[in-house]
Design a protein around this ligand. Sequence first.
Ligand code: SF4
Length: 474
Amino acid sequence: MFDELKEECGVFAIYGSPDAAVNTALGLHALQHRGQEAAGIVTMSGSLFSAHFADGLVADNFTSQEIVKKLEGDIAIGHVRYSTAGKKSAHNHQPIYAELSCGFLALAHNGNLTNAMTLRNKLIKRGSIFQSTMDTEVIIHLIALSQKPTLNEKIIDAVSQIEGAFSLVIIHEGKIIALRDPNGVRPLVLGRLGDGAYVIASETCALDIIGAKFERDIEHGEMVVISEDGIKSLQPFSVAPSKFCIFEYVYFSRPDSLLEGKNVYEMRKNIGIELARELKLDADVIVPIPDSGVPAAIGYALESKIPFELGIIRNHYVGRTFIEPTDKIRHFGVKLKHNANLAVIKDKRVVLIDDSIVRGTTSKKIVQMIRDAGAKEVHLLIASPPTISPCFYGVDTPEKEDLIASKLSVEEIRKMIGADSLGYISIDGLYRAIIAGKRNNENPQYCDACFSDQYPIRLTDKEGGEVPLFDFMK
Ligand code: SF4
């Protein structure tokens, strides 16, 4: 993946740890790949809440003694953010918090609501005052307005009105509440530390970093309440089929994480193996586009018996800000980040492997870079089907018209990027790799809308054309 799709967000929560703030900072650090724009931690000690928010990376902003000391208590929630809904702004930091009639509450969200604008406009009309442009704020308002008697019921009432993808962690009155949308689009796992502390995180890599043991996934539609009475699991929402995001396997999650109990690295290797079965090529060397193309390239090399080589070296010290601000600088982006390793490319028939093509502009530059390094042939294989539709469930994808595969055929894309051949794994191949089974075309086992255009959850705002009443962040 060439800096074209942005990740989403990551959430973390811990209950009953004397080092809640430090463990949360570490957990968020492990989830940094899910969002690098901003991070926030809210802790609770008795009835006292503390919070710290910062733009930028967790390691740069949450490691000082001063900050850790400020974040008192043995319960905490945290969030790393890439803005999928709402603009980049200090108002848009999470966890988002408010004083409600039932007490102080803070909430962190991974995902994207598909009816947030519709609800927001209704709430504004009835007098609610919004402080941010985040869809997440709608949830706080709905909880605040609920007439149900207990907080659990207020949350259930609020969540029953929202649509889309959401993995939530909430801190309130000495409790942690975690829940996953009825389709379970975004991941959320439960773990346990040796001292008994409960941990909830977007991915298992955030458990590993603090030595917590993975217990299980939070189920789709499940609400978990952790308090001094222990852990309670509720199933308050009507049963819906699981529609876990298949792109988490292809790209978003860290390869050392477990999704649905399966190791992401192994799944990516399986995708490479399937790709080799579907698309056989005569070539001298398999070269991954680092880093996300590496496991699929290993799988392809294993199956095809063609040698695997690191023919592109990535510079890990290029910050996002360096390559993002202007188109002019973006133009240098490929060279800043990747360089061809001449020794393994010159005079070779090279198969490049990447996880996806979004706009195609960077693929073109990489293909050219490999040709300039003296490759005899350059083939590009993609470890996912063509990305034809945008995501509305928490991944920041370009508009449909900017997705190259929504406009051009595979052959036209090949010509545009200048490769000798271009191939994508089929959607059935992707399913075989991940579940070792067939895709159910009537009711797919995963959300794969960006490849199939079959959106499993209603896109209420999009269909109803709802826009904010006041876009005050502009
Ligand atoms: S549309 Fe694509 S990225 Fe979005 S949830 Fe579905 S599979 Fe994942």
